[in-house]
Design a protein around this ligand. Structure first.
Ligand code: NDP
Length: 452
């Protein structure tokens, strides 16, 4: 019989091997630790999961593609970026996960995101596997024509590896509606196929789903609301701090307002804005989505209620709930201490892995409800899967229908994580609940499909 301590020893050995075999990939190591460190109870309780090689297969991507992306800027200079697609696990369905264009992208970052995606996608219950991709290309300050040429070059290689039944990319940091449009156009041109289901996050009128742009932010707020309900509270009247000012942050702020909460911050890599009256979404959308500007412009134009803090961290602003929505490791131990000191009740991750392990530990120890990204931000990929379903049926649903489905999915994910945590004697621990529930679904499918 396998005991919990034997299992923990075996998992620790595997973690050491992961670090050894994947050098210089700290984000991937962090994500693997975060998941594997919570799996001992379920592996010890269900002997089939102790089968040699199961977890070892889970931490090794099925396929990793790295390619050259040459493109010319407006002055005719040639740039060479690196493109990635990591197809991590397809036991539950075609690989599904976004593309990230950011200067910090490397193989380790894409592997951490792809690994997280396996469990997140499993939690949605929608039959999608896990993958992720992107490039170290930085779209900031590039003209539309440069972004288009880059996207065309990127797709000229990527098209070989994707397809509606194979691998379905979407957006992430630096990849929004504009980039998905250019990528889809090039895919269509090269393949001579109208294959709407090959990419999600498409525009309205050519295969996009209503509520897809809103889905990640809305979903995270719905998850936070469910955690608050569990504590006998709701979001009405609560003050929120939100980081980021991109897709996820904007629609997080929008949904918070709809539920009666007040988001008082947003940020980008230059610093943050605090607005006592609450963030004015029309102004933020104008600056970020239309002008593609920086957040200091918000403070300049908003008037006396707002100020810009260069290089600062939104976590210094007192709030009832915190929704990190920018990037990985943006909320560290010191930030967690500040949030706790200021009386935060819930932290829900809109971004992927924004809280460091030390921060998560502190928050949970202090009794703060903590929603891990793989559960809390699953609304985006869930509506992407609904976009695929609409594309397949050649139909489009109303916004009300998509939002109803999204609400149902987020509540269901919350319940699954909550109940799984209780079943494994970790009540209130959504990290353990999400990891184990996602693992069970993927592991069952992998066991049924044999050693592949
Ligand atoms: P966007 O590119 O739309 O926005 C990203 C925001 O985060 C920008 O405000 C950006 O500021 C800021 N940011 C990015 N990197 C850094 C950094 N290194 N330091 C400080 N600020 C940074 O991306 P999304 O809103 O789509 O994604 C945000 C997070 O949500 C990511 O972790 C992503 O993986 C996650 N996510 C996104 C989903 C989606 O549907 N889009 C789905 C699930 C998770 P600046 O412009 O200055 O770089």
């Amino acid at each position: 019989m396998t005991t919990r301590s034997d299992t923990t020893t075996a998992l620790n050995r595997l973690l050491a091997e992961i670090e050894h075999r994947n050098p210089a990939q700290p984000e991937f190591h962090q994500a693997a630790h975060e998941v594997l460190e919570t799996l001992a109870p379920v592996i010890a309780a269900r002997p089939e999961y102790a089968e040699p090689g199961l977890v070892e297969r889970l931490v090794e991507p099925e396929r990793q593609v790295i390619f050259r992306v040459p493109w010319q800027d407006d002055q005719g200079r040639v740039h060479v970026n690196r493109g990635f697609r990591v197809e991590f696990n397809s036991a539950l369905g075609p690989y599904k996960g976004g593309l990230r264009f950011h200067s910090s992208v490397n193989l380790g970052v894409i592997k951490f995101l792809g690994f997280e995606q396996i469990f997140k996608n499993a939690l949605t219950g929608l039959g999608i596997g896990g993958g992720k991709g992107g490039s170290d290309f930085d779209p900031h300050g590039r003209s539309d024509a440069e972004v288009m040429r880059f996207c065309q070059s990127f797709m000229t290689e990527l098209y070989r590896h994707i397809g509606e039944h194979t691998d379905v990319p979407a957006g992430d940091i630096g990849v929004g509606g504009r980039e998905i449009g250019y990528l889809f156009g090039q895919y269509r041109r090269i393949t001579n196929r109208w294959e709407a289901g090959v990419l999600t996050g498409k525009g309205q009128g050519w295969g996009g789903s209503l509520i897809r742009p809103e889905a990640t932010g809305y979903g995270n707020v719905l998850f936070a609301a469910a955690m608050m309900r569990e504590r006998g509270e709701d979001l009405e009247g609560q003050t929120a701090v939100v980081s980021g000012s991109g897709n996820v942050a904007i629609y997080t702020i929008e949904k918070l307002a709809a539920l009666g909460a007040n988001a008082v911050t947003c940020s980008d890599s230059s610093g943050y804005v605090v607005d006592e009256k609450g963030i004015d979404l029309d102004l933020l959308k104008q600056i970020k989505e239309v002008e593609r500007g920086r957040v200091d412009a918000y403070a300049e134009r908003r008037g006396a209620s707002a100020r810009f803090v260069p290089g600062g961290r939104v976590w210094d602003v007192p709030a009832d709930i915190a929704l990190p929505s920018a990037t990985q490791n943006e909320l560290n131990e010191a930030d967690a201490e500040t949030l706790i000191r200021n009386g935060v009740k819930a932290v829900s991750e809109g971004a992927n892995m924004p809280a460091t392990p030390e921060a998560v530990h502190l928050l949970q120890k202090a009794g703060v409800a903590f929603g891990p990204g793989k559960a809390a931000n699953a609304g985006g990929v869930a509506v992407s899967a609904l976009e695929m379903a609409q594309n397949h049926a050649r139909t489009s649903w109303t916004a009300a229908r998509v939002e109803e489905e999204l609400t149902h999915i987020m509540n269901d994910i919350h319940t699954t994580c909550h109940e799984t945590a209780e079943r494994y004697e970790a009540p209130g621990d959504y990290v353990t609940g999400a990891n184990i529930a996602g693992f069970e679904r993927v592991a069952d499918a992998m066991l049924a499909q044999g050693v592949i």
